[in-house]
Design a binder for this molecule. Structure first.
Ligand code: GUN
Length: 284
C-alpha cells in the first residue's frame, strides 16, 4: 500500500494562520512584532530561504527588515549590526542566515545575539534550555518536524525514533525533542555501522544528512513515519530532492513528507511562531 503523503504546505498554512491571529491580537494591544533577517554574501540557496522568510512575515503581519551584507563583511561589522539589532525595540527576533562566508566566526556571532531575540534557538543558552526541557524557543526545523509527525495522529511515546544526521541545527535538537516526547531515540551519522539495520527498526525515521536518496525502501519499516529534512539538488535533473528515495520509500512507509512541500514550509511557519513568542516575552 502506498504511504500517505504529509502535506507540509497545508499544515504550515494552519500554523501561519494561527500566528496571524496572534499578531493581530498583539497589535490591538499596541504591541508590534518585528524580525530582522541578516544575510551575508550571495549563496543562492540562502537567498531563496531569506526571500521566503520575508514573504511569510508580510503574510502574517510581522514587520521585517532585511540586511543583505556583502561577502567581504568583517566580523566586527557583523557584530556591530547584531548589537544594534539587540538594542532595537522594533526588532523582536534576529536571524543570521547560515552558512556565513568562511572568514566569519559563526559561533561568535550567534553567541552575541540576545538569547531573548534568538528565534532560531541557536544560542548556547537556548540550546541548554532545550536540553533541560525548559524552553522559550524551539529550533524551527525540528519543531516543524514534530508538528508534521503529530499531524499524522501517530503518537511518539515509546516509539523507536531514528534520526539520521547530528548537526546542531537539525539532528541533535531533533533527537532531544523526540526524547522530550518520550520516544526511544537513536542518532545515526556517517560513522554509524549498519545504518540500514538501525533505520529498519524505526517507527519514526527523520533523515537530515544532506545526501540525496540515502534512505532507500530496504531501510524502512513497513508503516513507518518518514520525515525528510534533506534539500539536495539532483545532479542529473537539477531538481530539488530529499535524503529519502521518495519513489521507493513511499511504497513501504505509512506516512512520508515530500521534498519540496514537506519540512521546508514548516521551518518558516515555526520561525513566525518563534518571532511572536519573542515579542510576547519582551513585552511581558
Ligand atoms: N540555514 C539553513 N537553515 C537555517 C535556519 O533554520 N536558520 C538559519 N539562520 N540559517 C539556516
Amino acid at each position: 500500500m502506498a504511504a500517505q503523503i504529509i502535506d507540509g504546505k497545508a499544515v504550515s498554512a494552519s500554523v501561519r494562520s494561527a500566528v496571524a491571529e496572534e499578531v493581530t491580537a498583539l497589535k490591538q494591544k499596541g504591541i508590534g512584532v518585528g524580525l530582522a533577517v541578516v544575510i551575508v554574501g550571495d549563496d543562492p540557496a540562502s537567498r531563496i530561504y531569506v526571500n521566503n522568510k520575508k514573504k511569510a512575515c508580510a503574510e502574517v503581519g510581522i514587520y521585517s527588515e532585511e540586511y543583505a551584507l556583502p561577502a567581504e563583511t568583517t566580523q566586527q561589522e557583523l557584530l556591530d549590526l547584531v548589537h544594534r539589532l539587540n538594542n532595537d525595540p522594533k526588532i523582536n527576533g534576529i536571524l543570521v542566515q547560515s552558512p556565513l562566508p568562511s572568514h566569519l566566526d559563526e559561533n561568535q556571532i550567534v553567541a552575541e545575539i540576545s538569547p531573548l531575540k534568538d528565534v532560531d534557538a541557536f544560542h548556547a543558552q537556548n540550546v541548554g534550555k532545550i536540553m533541560i526541557g525548559d524552553f522559550d524557543f524551539l529550533p524551527c526545523t525540528p519543531a516543524g518536524c514534530i508538528h508534521l509527525i503529530d499531524s499524522t495522529g501517530v503518537s511518539i511515546e515509546g516509539k523507536n525514533c531514528v534520526v539520521v544526521g547530528r548537526s546542531n541545527i537539525v539532528g541533535k535538537p531533533m533527537a532531544m525533542l523526540l526524547l522530550h516526547r518520550h520516544g526511544t531515540v537513536t542518532i545515526c551519522h556517517s560513522r554509524t555501522r549498519d545504518l540500514a539495520a538501525l533505520c529498519k527498526q524505526a517507527d519514526i525515521l527523520v533523515a537530515a544528512v544532506g545526501r540525496a536518496k540515502l534512505i532507500t525502501k530496504e531501510m524502512v519499516k513497513p508503516g513507518a513515519v518518514v520525515i525528510d529534512v534533506g534539500m539536495n539538488r539532483n545532479p542529473e535533473t537539477g531538481k530539488l530532492c530529499g535524503d529519502v528515495d521518495f519513489e521507493g520509500v513511499s511504497q513501504v512507509a505509512g506516512y512520508i513528507t515530500p521534498v519540496p512541500g514537506g519540512v521546508g514550509p514548516m521551518t518558516i511557519a515555526m520561525l513566525m511562531k518563534n518571532t511572536v513568542t519573542a515579542a510576547k516575552i519582551q513585552n511581558k
